[in-house]
Design a protein around this ligand. Structure first.
Ligand SMILES: [Zn+2]
Length: 145
């Protein structure tokens, strides 16, 4: 069973969380406060699930907008999956099908896809356009601190 590290926001302890606990908020082994849930795979969100997810997660969220007809989005998908793994325990990576969720795409002002936004406390703080490598996504994320 693979495991990922979730750093406790309260005391800084690195907690090992097994992959099968994805999406469940565990407790810190040291201070016993609730940890942000682990996500290591891109979560597929829609109009109704988006805001509750972002609010409930609490940490930074990377949102990728894509569409089924977009070949660049298809070739980007493995890098997005890999980035979700690399950022597991630090940030959540989510995907929104812009064709099925036009209101959400409108709210973000999506003009071209694929595009990724970084949300902190629910607000857009950065935007990354076009298909990138997972390393480029992670480097972009780290630059926004
Ligand atoms: Zn703790």
């Amino acid at each position: 069973m693979p495991a990922f590290t979730v750093t406790c926001p309260s005391c800084g302890t690195a907690n090992r969380i097994p992959a099968d606990k994805e999406g469940k908020a565990g407790r810190c082994g040291t201070c016993h406060r609730e940890l942000p849930p682990l996500y290591y795979q891109p979560q597929q969100l829609a109009e109704q699930t988006f805001d509750p997810f972002v609010k409930g997660y609490g940490g930074p969220v990377l949102v990728e907008f894509w569409a089924p007809w977009c070949p660049h989005c298809r070739s980007y998908a493995p890098a997005v999956r890999k980035a979700a793994e690399l950022l597991a325990g630090t940030a959540a990576v989510v995907q929104v099908n812009s064709q099925d969720n036009p209101q959400l795409a409108g709210r973000f002002g999506v003009r071209g896809i694929p595009v990724m936004f970084l949300l902190k406390e629910g607000r857009i703080v950065a935007q990354l356009e076009g298909a990138r490598s997972s390393d480029e996504i992670v480097a972009w994320f780290r630059r926004q601190r």
